[in-house]
Design a protein around this ligand. Structure first.
Ligand SMILES: Nc1ncnc2c1ncn2[C@@H]1O[C@H](COP(=O)(O)OP(=O)(O)OP(=O)(O)O)[C@@H](O)[C@H]1O
Ligand SMILES: Nc1nc2c(ncn2[C@@H]2O[C@H](COP(=O)(O)O)[C@@H](O)[C@H]2O)c(=O)[nH]1
Length: 185
């Protein structure tokens, strides 16, 4: 039986490539289970309710928080995001590896409530490349990009709090490294 933590948290600045890496990881290993977060952010083109996020109104998010249904939650760049607790606990109780893709504030909350969790920081090859990726994605207006880049400076400074850092130079390589850390390959 594995001694490794079964809960892995992937964090890193906006635009570093977390979703891209996770999408690749799931192509390589479709059994890997990723928690679907709730958010008050509006869907981007192509994002589907229940697949990419559970898109919620402010009132729905208030209720999720008040009812203790979120394992962690945070406000990030003007929207709220949270991890539905029940689905994560069910998977962990079944002995299955669980992956969360969340921001720094959420990662800190998970560290408090589940100290056995493995915290993985995804870092950009450089600041310039992070700006290029976030801008090049073309999903946010300039003022939101600015806001996310301000948050990115705080997130980058928190890297030493994490158990492991992976530098996202190659999506394929990082996805493989993450699968190995999750102990599923
Ligand atoms: N290794 C890489 N090399 C080059 N471009 C990359 C790499 N990884 C991701 N990208 C590109 O960077 C952009 C941002 O990636 P992605 O949306 O996955 O970031 P994210 O960390 O999930 O962002 P957010 O936290 O804002 O959701 C995308 O356009 C993606 O195609
Ligand atoms: N604390 C949490 N952060 C989350 C959660 N789901 C996603 N996120 C993080 O929010 C930002 C912005 O995401 P975006 O999809 O709007 O670009 C990013 O860092 C995500 O990792 C969550 O449940 N809790």
């Amino acid at each position: 039986m594995s001694e490794r933590p079964r809960l892995t948290v992937l964090s890193g600045p906006s635009g570093v490539g977390k979703s891209t890496v996770v999408a690749h990881l799931r192509k390589e290993y479709p059994e890997a289970w990723l928690s679907v977060s709730a958010t008050t952010r509006k869907p981007r083109p192509g994002e589907r309710h229940g697949v990419h996020y559970f898109f919620a109104t402010d009132e729905e998010m208030d209720k999720l928080i008040a009812n203790g249904e979120l394992l962690e939650w945070a406000e990030f760049a003007g929207n709220r995001y949270g991890t539905p607790r029940a689905a994560v606990l069910e998977r962990l109780e079944a002995g299955e590896p669980v992956l969360l893709e969340i921001d720094l504030q959420g990662a800190r909350q998970v560290r408090e409530s589940m100290p056995e969790a493995q915290l993985v920081f995804l870092a950009p090859p450089s600041w310039e490349e992070l700006v290029r990726r976030l801008t090049g994605r073309g999903t946010e207006p300039p003022e939101v990009i600015e806001r996310r880049l301000r948050a990115a400076k705080v997130e980058l400074a928190a890297e030493p709090e994490f158990d492991v850092t992976l530098v996202n130079t190659s999506v394929k390589d990082v996805a493989r490294e993450l699968l190995a850390l999750m102990d599923v390959v």
